[in-house]
Design a protein around this ligand. Sequence first.
Ligand code: ZN
Length: 695
Amino acid sequence: MLKINDLTAHYGAAQALFGINLQIGKGETIALVGANGAGKSTLLKCLMGLTKPSRGHIRLNDKDVTNTNPAQMVRLGLALSPEGREVFGHLSVMENLQLGAIPLKLSKAETSKRKEEVFGYFPKLLERQEQLAGTLSGGEQQMLAMGRALMAKPTLLLLDEPSLGLAPLITDEIFAIIHQLARSGTTILLVEQNAARALSASDKAYLLANGKIIEQGKSSRLLNDPILRSAFLGATCDADPAASRLGAAGLTNIRLEKPNMQQQNFMPAFKNEDELKAHQLTGLQWTVRHTYEGSAEYRKKLDQANITPETIQTLDDLQKLPFTTAEDLRDGYPFPLRSVPFEQIVRVHASSGTTGKRKVLCYTQKDLDDWTDFFARCYQMAGVTPLDRVQVAVGYGVWTAGMGFQLGCEKVGAIAVPAGPGNIDMQIQFLLDFQSTVFCSTASMALLMAEEIHKRGVADKIAIKKIIYGSERSSRSMRQKISELFGGAELFDITGLTELYGPGTGIECSEHDCIHYWGDYYLLEILDPETLQPVVEGDWGEMVVTTLCKEGAPLIRYRTRDITRAIPGRCHCGSILPRHSRIKGRSDDTIKFRGVNIYPSSIDTILSAVPGIGSEYQIHLTRDHASRDHMRLVVERAEKVDAKRSPELSHEVSHQIKKQLLVSVDLELVDYASLPRSEKKSQRVFDNRIQDEIV
Ligand code: ZN
């Protein structure tokens, strides 16, 4: 459509453009990127006939239009939305728009039709049509300048610095409209100082510096070019003359914005299960060799089991490997399972030491990078984008939680609000003031926040769309309640454990009926916790993990004690990544009661199914003089459920527990919100029986 050939221009004696060649095809959005004074505006002025080029040609639809006057250019289909808007401040919005159509001498009917179209793109202008343009905000003036240009129904729209001086949110809005115009078929030449923004919004781009085109090509390529990125960031790059050239050319003051989510993908590239399996075998072989050569503890274990790195020929050979347990971690304190020299270790994390010593894990830089990448994958699976604001209300410090949520969030390019746990007043204030869109916490903390939001009546003033919670079991009724009180937020259960990097080793997908786990980073086995043999596929058992590329402290058949089950087949969400059920409990917090093994989650399930029952409860276990065990279950009624209904509800819950778990319990119903809440994991099981079997 537009072809610029060898265009050269001078300002007085100074040369502003040096033999520019540039082409725009019909329907394309082309970005012309450069710093202040690079020559962008001169080029636009030449195009509009406002400046006479000293050499070269401009052809529009194969017609030479060099030196055509501005009014004629408008009639030929060019319209300019100038830098600094240049709206007429003493005229109304309506009058400014009319000015845009003057060179075309349109009928009244056609003029009002075009105004309607412009208002379609910019509803704000419709609201302000009688207002004087001088009283509009910067963003509204930009809209008016673009609207005025659109009045000419241009075949080529020239936008000069549309984001200049605008707040980021307004810039988002302006660029959304530019996208919309491009989609409707308008050909656009976008002239911008804001390189990343312009590159994200365009098909092709030209980089202009000191009056010369120094780089051109597909915008997606330029945006991802490491040399250009470093140049945009202003990083000096002695090793790379090209980058230095760009830096010297004055491109270094171009702002780099956050990456476009469309250009980021944290999902694995495997096309099918076979490719994944091949990757897993390579990873398993690497891990066995790495631990055999790098760790005395592992070598001893492997030797005892008669394993050498050569033993691993297929994925089934995994079952020949010895187990690793929490005891191994404690025995090896302070640097258990370390398989690389200290020179390669860049960080340690530790889990809270509830029993005995803390479990300490060390990380190489690659371990941290991997963790960051797959945590970003968690966010991607939950639909979090760079436009989100993620309030991270989990613990920061030596434990892994906060760090993981933070790294992943920054990788995605979203805004992290590292609030840490607790401090409900501050959390609520951040939700209101920062308009956080994603909230990360434990399930108990989410429930606590949900109730507080409800109590303060601010549900309609917060912007939370997604809640990512983990490290704790949650019942269906608890999930429902959290979602409801947060104004309909979508919940995502995230998994992870310190031994296996930290949180983020898997997450619930948009189908909400499974956890996808990262089978390209670790192998998952589901074993019977008693016999340590694989369970029938689909049965519940203990999750045992083997890492595939973890360097600092790799895991071989690590017994997590988490109870789950594998879900065979592909998910409806389309992800190839394998799945397991939500964690049902821990094999070591199973309640043994009168010969019956009870997972606390089965109590969750039963209570969730009884209407009128709340989501908080406590289990108290005691033993009488005759050595008989008793279970007292204290359950809250749901909010606004009358105490008069207690006998009826009591009866129903006892009946269901007897029917489903085959045990009798003493039931006590209490008022809604009378049981303690905690932002950490709420303690729900109180085992007061004499632990004589331990002695
Ligand atoms: Zn899925």
